[in-house]
Design a protein around this ligand. Sequence first.
Ligand code: ME8
Length: 524
Amino acid sequence: MPTYITTPIYYVNDRPHIGHCYTTLLADVTARFYRLLAEGPVFFLTGTDEHADKVVTSAAAHDMTPLQWADRNAAEFKKAFAFMNCTSDDFIRTTEDRHKSKVLEYIRALQKKGDIYLGDYVGWFDESQEEYLTETAAKEANFVSPVTGKPLVKKVEKNYFFRLSAYQAPLQKHFDSHPAFVMPEARRNEVLGRFREGLQDIPISRAVTSDPTSQWGIRMPDDPSHRIYVWIDALFNYLSVVDTPERRSFWPPAVHYIAKDILWFHAVIWPALLLALGRELPATVYSHAYWVRDGRKMSKSLGNFVTIEVLQAYAQKYSLDALRWYLVTQGPQGATDADFSHAKFVEVYNADLANGIGNCASRVSNMIEKYFAGSLPEYQSAWIDRRWETTSADAIPTYLRAARALDFGAAFEAASSLIKDVDDLISETKPFTLAKDMSANGAEVANILACCAESIRVASILLAPAMPQKMAQLWQAWGCTPPAGVGLEALCTFNGPHGLKPGARITKGDALFMRADPAEAPPA
Ligand code: ME8
């Protein structure tokens, strides 16, 4: 089955930071997991949202045209995601013709159906978020932006409206019959709570005036005095990119990854637009929480963003895969914000990586080198199979269940449990002691080390979506690079057709992860 995974398209008024990298990384890990499953083609999309008013303002402040400014920052986002080793299949910029022409097509279809009409709008506008707030929401927020605290602006406009109210009942039905439509549960409940207040039609255009800001954006079909509201233009990216003969089979998306800030647009407005267009709805909108720093929200005014430069310094010092591991396993998946903390980074790095898979793989390859001249020994498989069945076999189904449910924290914990089982096996059986008398214990040492090496191989496959480079390094040292196109379950069958074979060369290679000193200052 084709699998389609998306990230938000990010505003180009600013440079990328940890938040953007995190969401795109989650999507990358998901895409790599689905590619590993080899159940069908995978399409992973990210990109930039370029028609926001604030792009015009920032561009002017830098003496550039909006498009020049967008070009520059879109390139920054591309660079950031390349640095994170994210494997997106396409990068959409909403200023591209392929997107703009599709948006016009969708708007026309909605007009024809009577779902878009011209009316008057009076409302409270949050200029920093490019978003209108309902009267109730504006009052609750004391007429300031709930996000930035800037005063809301009262506006009356002739606008084109989308008949959102008509989709209350069908959306409710969809929510009722698709419990995984919005994840996690807390976010689903949040949407349903607001949803019960009732849906009102929403403005989807803005008047074009002499103000240059208002001239940026896609014009309404047959009415150049209006431009399409940036949010509507942006949401359509998910469809426009795959709405081609070659890519059509990717629709609908398996998951739209977003954070909690843009939940309403994705959980209500976007599905309503899709229902209106007669398109299938995405399987899941996954709305994660926020990265914060030292317990405080990251913001421009505090100047406390974890920038690309900070992330690069961590990758340089501890390796990119260690950074990916920290972000994915300690990040704000679920409903709780996560703190980016150096102490936590080092703790997780040492526990999971340096003392985890790194140390385990190096111990096992050292012993194979020492006792069997680096050649994987023969073993009595009945004994090993029993050990595997009793301690480790559950890790794979647990991993699969968790990863399919997009719970990568739990999935990688299951993968790491294999490494812990190997450590436990070594502590219990002490092959290094047995090896003192190889003529008496050689067969037993062989059994133990073969079992350990094969368990590490299986773990490395499960860990690869998070740490593709380091696992590839291990596969190279052990000559067990998995062939492309073979599904995860076949690859992970213990001593299966893709398992390590007796006689395989197990070389030590470079250490995967060197231990870090917790007292050391954060990399700068
Ligand atoms: O909202 N922690 O773009 P945007 C985690 N263009 N993730 C964070 C984060 C944080 N502190 N800060 C930002 C827009 N993000 C629109 C989207 S989609 C059709 C249009 C991530 O540049 C997170 O994914 O403000 C969040 O939803 C997104 O960046 C917002 O990016």
